[in-house]
Design a protein around this ligand. Structure first.
Ligand code: NDP
Length: 480
């Protein structure tokens, strides 16, 4: 059978673009369809704009710190309307870079929605059809709102980057990556942030001690964090259920009438009833309650592609679905939903299918960082997971870092290693500190190589740094 193309990629995010380019580099005839903007979640509405907002928000504390170091520096105010156009100009630039990379690789770009008509045929929204020997689904995910009355009034993370003005107050719902990062960013930009998390402690799945320190630091910086709390219902303030004034029950909210920057679907203050009994109005509500794989309307089930409970595409270690010509990578497969993982999956796909080198993706010991303030960097097992697996030693130190301590701040950082008693290997490394994301990237190389605690100890400290504590912890704080 002859095909129009060797590969049709659906989705122009980090994973899809990398796979398309690698396949094209082998001489394959490749096309890619993207219904939204080229670059996908990471570039357009995720990692990149988020990190730029992290940088923007981090300047808030700098004048006070600079004064402590002898600088004559006044406090400043953040101007979203000055920052926003620059942010979007940068996203436009990056989108252009992605587009040019594809074009330069000879890949045909279709700026429209695509679906699968059969195992080898992709149909575009305008009715065009292409046959392809292989189809790669890399459609990513979408931010979901919880199912509760009034939820349509709330924003999701995509909307944050598009706000016309900053709200005076916001309720962030959720306790995962996005909720915690957004709470810190918005607080840093001068918004009054309240955060509701339904569980006992934020950042479920991370090391307990690290989670605890991040939560403390967030509260100390002014995030009004309520664990064990979530929304029961919400409505436009002033409607039947709502209060007409400020909050009751001690939760920080925006008084009606003082709202400077209406947000959400209807654009006015939002009344929220919480499980802790409080009723509060906020200028905006942000749902950061998880993301779902983007599989609806692709025609996958009809072809026999297996979907999981959350709608994710079920694939094998080579990212192949139950239909041999169809592969899937990235968030749509809901394995580890991180950009660099999607890129690795795209590269492994191309090696397997176009270079004749069957390559399974290595999902073991993937480092990650939560860009809260301070950041949380993590690789390997948490203390809790490691202890359940085997006898361990825990090396940990928490201290006030030199830079902020000199300026009189009480911030603490945490350096923690989880070590196997049997093999002496470092099973997990957890860092809560400014720039922990940068530190964990390097520590992850050692952990991935199977470094032992003694390998860490043999490494000479770089002094004076925070990270030197990683190689100077002599006695375990816990064993067992
Ligand atoms: P997460 O799965 O990390 O967090 C979702 C949060 O919402 C959890 O705290 C969850 O609670 C809570 N939640 C879920 N449903 C409800 C509900 N109905 N009512 C109230 N709370 C609810 O998802 P995110 O959206 O934060 O992030 C998605 C993924 O994107 C991450 O897992 C990560 O892979 C990736 N990401 C990575 C980043 C990075 O690398 N820095 C940054 C941002 C995203 P519970 O814990 O109880 O389930």
């Amino acid at each position: 059978m002859t095909f129009d193309l060797d590969l049709f990629v659906i989705g122009g995010g980090s994973g899809g673009v990398r796979a398309a380019r690698m396949a094209a580099a082998t001489g394959a005839r490749v096309a890619l369809a993207e219904a939204s903007r080229m670059g996908g979640t990471c570039v357009i509405r995720g990692c990149v704009p988020k990190k730029l907002m992290v940088f923007a928000s981090s300047f808030r504390e700098m004048p006070a710190e600079a004064r402590a170091y002898g600088w004559d520096m006044p406090d400043g105010a953040f101007d979203w309307t000055a920052f926003r156009p620059k942010l979007h100009a940068e996203l436009d630039r990056l989108e252009g870079v992605y587009r040019r990379l594809l074009e330069g690789s000879g890949i045909a770009i279709h700026d429209q929605r695509a679906r699968l008509a059969d195992a080898h045929t992709v149909e575009l929204a305008d009715g065009q059809r292409f046959t392809a020997k292989h189809v790669l689904v890399a459609t990513g995910g979408w931010a979901e709102r919880p199912d509760l009355p009034g939820a349509e009034l709330g924003m999701v993370s995509d909307d944050i980057f598009l706000m016309d003005k900053l709200p005076r107050s916001i309720l962030v719902v959720g306790g995962g990556f996005i909720a915690c990062e957004m709470a810190c960013i918005l607080q840093g930009l001068g918004v009054e942030v309240t955060q509701y998390y339904r569980g006992a402690q934020i950042l479920r799945g991370f090391d307990d001690e690290a989670r605890g320190l991040v939560a403390e630091a967030m509260k100390a910086r002014g995030v009004n964090l309520h664990c064990g709390t979530t929304i029961v219902e919400m409505a436009e303030a002033g409607a039947d259920h709502s209060l007409t004034g400020t909050e009751t029950g001690g939760v920080m909210g925006a008084p009606v009438g003082e709202t400077r920057a209406p947000q959400g679907k209807r654009g006015g203050p939002i009344w929220v009833k919480a499980t802790n009994g409080t009723e509060t109005t906020f200028d905006a509500v942000l749902f950061a309650t998880g993301r779902r794989p983007n599989t609806a309307g692709l025609g996958l089930e009809d072809l026999g592609v297996q979907l999981g409970r959350r709608g994710e595409i079920v694939v094998d270690a080579y990212s192949q679905t139950a239909v041999p010509s169809i592969y899937a990578i990235g968030d749509v497969t809901d394995r580890i939903n991180l950009t660099p993982v999607a890129i690795r999956e795209g590269m492994a796909f191309s090696r397997t299918v176009f270079e004749g080198l069957p390559t399974a993706v290595d999902h073991d010991l993937v480092p990650s960082a939560v860009f809260t303030q301070p950041e949380l960097g993590s690789v390997g097992l948490t203390e809790e997971a490691a202890r359940a697996q085997e006898p361990i030693e825990v090396y940990a130190t928490s201290f006030r870092p030199m830079r902020s301590a000199f300026a009189g701040a009480s911030d603490r950082v945490l350096m923690k290693l989880i070590v196997s008693q049997a093999t002496r290997k470092v099973l997990g490394c957890h860092i809560v500190a400014p720039d922990a994301g940068e530190m964990i990237q390097l520590a992850a190389i050692a952990v991935k190589m199977g470094a032992t605690k003694e390998d860490f100890d043999r490494t000479v400290a770089v002094h004076p740094t925070m990270a030197e504590e990683m190689v100077t912890m002599r006695q375990p704080v816990r064993k067992g």
